[in-house]
Design a protein around this ligand. Sequence first.
Ligand SMILES: Nc1ncnc2c1ncn2[C@@H]1O[C@H](COP(=O)(O)OP(=O)(O)O)[C@@H](O)[C@H]1O
Ligand SMILES: [Mg+2]
Length: 252
Amino acid sequence: MRVKISDLCFSYGKRGREILHSVNCEFHEKSMTAILGPNGCGKTTMAKCINKINIPSSGDILFDDRSINDYSRHEIAKMIGYVPQFSNARLVGTVMEFVLLGRRQFIGWSVRDEDIEAVADVLEKLHISDLSDKNYGELSGGQKQKVLVARALMQQSDLYLFDEPTSNLDIKNELEIMNLGRRIVDEEGKSVAMVVHDLNMALHYADYVIIMKDGRVINQGSTRDVITADTIKDVYDVKTKIEDCGYVNPFI
Ligand SMILES: Nc1ncnc2c1ncn2[C@@H]1O[C@H](COP(=O)(O)OP(=O)(O)O)[C@@H](O)[C@H]1O
Ligand SMILES: [Mg+2]
């Protein structure tokens, strides 16, 4: 699914200061797009607009040329496999039950064996089968993050929107999630939009990059074109060198 954001402005509350200032950007279909930018620049705010949690003050978001205004919040929730940056789910229940919630639009009043099997498959794919019977509330931050990804995968959406899905993960689990994102694109032909902080992860995995600063899109396009030493200096005020092997080296 292709997503096009045009002239999007957003403020929290009627008299709140504007957070997103006329944002224009595009998420290409069958691609992985990384959303980059300093803390507080509006990445999560934009992700929540795409997900219709935030309602913009002006502008539009098109899903394959159809406006977000034509969809209910519920329809959007079905269309997009969303992993929030912070989940305040104070859920009493097991991982199995929590992940099953990701499938609730497919489930009637009763849970069938195939629903349980689908959850078991996703847990296995993410190597967290051993967590199945644990209480969600008792998991570590990293374990919770993987369970949130599992819940989103249950939706079998055309578009996955992950907001810093790897921020609590060790390197092995981080690579696992990035590889999974890549497989969703390459093997299943879906679109993945991912807020990430690690420039090297973006450089290695993403097809496209959108870089934000102070509520604006500063640059967007093919990953190698966008992640340059000049742009990194502009956006983060950090001097780096892009090594020939494609590594952003900040130790210069
Ligand atoms: N619920 C909220 N109410 C008011 N301001 C908020 C809220 N959430 C975020 N903000 C503000 O919006 C700005 C962008 O935040 P956010 O989108 O979370 O940034 P990022 O995800 O890029 O770190 C910040 O200045 C933040 O303080
Ligand atoms: Mg954020």
